[in-house]
Design a protein around this ligand. Sequence first.
Ligand SMILES: [Zn+2]
Length: 359
Amino acid sequence: MTELPPLSSDSDLAARAGVSLEAVQLLRGTEVIDLHIESFIPPRLWGYDLRKRHGTLALGGRFFGHLDFPRALDGGLTGGMWSVATNILRGKKGRLAAVKKNIAGLADVVGQTGDRMRVVRTFREFEAARRAGAHAVLLSVQGGNAFDASPTGPLVIEDRLLTRVTVVHLSNSGYGGTSSPLSLMSGGRGLTDHGRLFIEQLNEGRIYVDLAHIAEEGFWDVVAVHDRDQPLLVTHTGVDGVRDMWRNLNDKQIKAVADTDGAIGIIFQAGFLKRPGGPKDGRMVIEHLRHVIDVVGEDYAALGSDYDGFITPPPDLRDGGVGFPRLVQYMLDEGWSVERIQKILGGNFLRTFRAIRPD
Ligand SMILES: [Zn+2]
């Protein structure tokens, strides 16, 4: 058991982040859920210890080193979808064995936090964790091809531990095509028959279907076949309305997610967000949130940082220990209401969680 450090005071955090006390108090007084955290990648790559606070940013915060458990807690996150990413260079059986091992490994390290953090599977468990003061960890997988070799797909993960799967990642898979330029190396971009079965399996387990990364053809195929009573997520993305590029959602896609009462998490990857002449700091995230709000209203926008997922956030968001207070300050500077800010930080996502996994 490693004792996680106590939280800093609100005024210390405000000073460190360079924001108002009001911003920190708003942040720490509400539910703050990051829809996509990849901080389990560095521990797998070089033994980065998630339970320790990492003070200096390796490589200036490009790619990795953005977050760890102490910074997640101190920086205001009350919950997050902590992801296990699939290594596409492994074979099918290797991927399946790895995803089982890594989900168990992530749950294990969360279990070593003295109940400061707790794995939750349902909204009811989320509420119980929060009442106990614990950060709620929702276990997730990035890259559905982890389950290619499983006849029951993602249901192979027992005990409903898995809450969300990103159907595809950076490469095409047996399920369908990626939006990434790597898709040009191989076949079609729509959902395959195997992919349709996979969506059925996710729906059966009431595991969120995450449409981040999927090519637009596959996106519409999923919209057509998924259980209409379950909310869709796009956990980490930008939007074409601000920056038109392969990794972002267009307005029709934003509306389709909202139609399922789902949520859209804006990523912190500057390369997907920054428009010519636009802000060079965390306000680029605000622009994408604002576009989602302009298109479908304020009930669907959320945050999905992709911290430690090989991204380069704008400089002021590279340290996940101060990124969220800074975003709240930018939202306040926009004149957004406390209610809107609370929805973006966690309320919108939690509405979807209550719908898909009540208990
Ligand atoms: Zn991703």
